[in-house]
Write a protein that binds this ligand. Structure first.
Ligand SMILES: [Zn+2]
Length: 389
């Protein structure tokens, strides 16, 4: 990136590049074999109309799948069918109440101590093992899943991409040069994890989310209860980090949750604590002890750190996709020097090194989706056993 560009301009361009890549992916141009200049050219042309482009379901699905793939490669997936089935059942109990019950919903548990959750277009909801470890009961899980489900069902995920798109002039400005291919991949990856929703969308996810879980029979206080635990966990941090880091201040948020419950007479009551604690056995790891991966400290020029740390204890399943990990954390760490780049930099004190302990947390090595089959009868039995509606 050229020096001297104002921060805002730079950040806008990072965002538009993310959108360009997404568009390129949708056009099927992002395979390793794609002609590099063709990719840029097509992406730039597409970007001129992306802000008012009506995405087809097929395009949304392709985008969601790609986003999910990148998230899974970054954090790994807990290879536990029982845990996935349980989270899927809770998730499906909520999606049934949503405006999009028929999306191909997929619930994925990421293999990291970090506390986080990510939505991706067209039905993908990711939640970390660390987040599950912090929860006390199923109503809290339902609250967090519902928040992410609303980001998907109301298409906040798509809106964030559109809003972050620049005009064609900026697109042309960045369109050119071989290094752009690398940059495109990195920028899109960062954009995905940056939780770039508007405040309005965040508030809507909270309010609609707790309404959905209450309709499903869960205590609508579940989300607020989890957020209280999260605030406790984060109180020593100097800035808001990780899950919901872009959300309104916690106190205002809690007040809004409480007033929504009263105003809308949300009367769900089930906590379903026993089923939760007998299924989810993870133990929380304090934020200060989460191992971080300092990938991205080399910025655009390199950064094979994450790849090295992972391939040391895992078979390289999809080597063609690995380079996309190179610049993880680019947004915050682009100015990092090369001196730290010689090792994988797995450390127990990421915060002290200027990392975001939740976002930059080390993840598991296996990105494979754990297939879960949930029949209507399964779902019915699950709801009945939990006294849900
Ligand atoms: Zn959110």
């Amino acid at each position: 990136m050229t020096s001297g560009m104002p921060d805002q301009g730079r950040s806008d361009i990072v965002k538009v590049i993310g959108t360009l890549l997404s568009s390129a992916l949708l056009l099927g141009l992002a395979s390793p074999a794609a002609a590099q200049f063709g990719l840029i050219e097509q992406g730039a042309k597409r970007a001129k109309q992306v802000s008012d482009f009506n995405w087809t379901d097929q395009e949304k699905a392709a985008l969601g799948a790609k986003v999910s793939e990148l998230v899974r490669q970054r954090y790994g997936v807990v290879q536990d069918a029982a845990v996935h089935k349980y989270v899927t059942l809770v998730g499906r109990t909520i999606t049934e109440q949503s405006t999009k019950p028929n999306l191909p919903w997929v619930f994925i548990v990421l293999d990291t101590d970090a506390v986080n959750a990510f939505a991706a277009p067209h039905g993908y909801v990711h939640i970390t093992r660390g987040a599950l470890a912090l929860m006390k009961d199923e109503s809290e899980l339902a609250g967090v899943l519902a928040h992410e489900i609303v980001h998907v069902s109301e298409e906040h995920t798509i809106d964030a991409l559109k809003k972050n798109t620049l005009k064609s002039a900026a697109a042309e400005q960045v369109a050119g040069g071989n290094a752009m291919i690398e940059f495109l991949a990195n920028a899109a990856y960062n954009n995905i994890l940056d939780n770039a929703y508007s405040r309005g969308d965040e508030a809507a996810s909270d309010t609609i989310g707790i309404t959905l879980i209450s309709k499903a029979g869960y205590a609508p206080q579940g989300l607020g209860s989890f957020l209280t635990t999260l605030a406790e966990r984060n109180k020593s941090a100097t800035e808001k980090r990780g899950l919901f880091s872009s959300h309104p201040e916690m106190q205002a948020r809690q007040e809004k949750l409480t007033s929504t419950i009263t105003k809308n007479k949300l009367n769900g009551t089930q906590l379903v604590a026993e089923r939760f604690t007998s299924t989810i056995k993870y133990k929380p790891v304090p934020q200060s002890q989460i191992a971080s991966v300092a990938a991205g400290t080399k910025g655009l020029a390199g950064g094979s750190n994450a790849k090295e740390s992972k391939s040391s204890n895992a078979k390289a399943d999809e080597p063609a996709e690995q380079p996309k990990k190179k610049g993880f954390g680019l947004g915050k760490l682009v100015s990092g020097g090369g001196s730290e780049s010689k090792s994988a930099q797995v450390t127990g004190s990421g915060g002290a090194r200027g990392l975001d302990p939740e976002k930059d947390a080390k993840g598991g090595a296996n990105p494979a989706v754990v297939a879960v089959k949930v029949t209507p009868a399964d779902l019915q039995a699950f709801k009945k056993a939990g006294s849900l509606t």
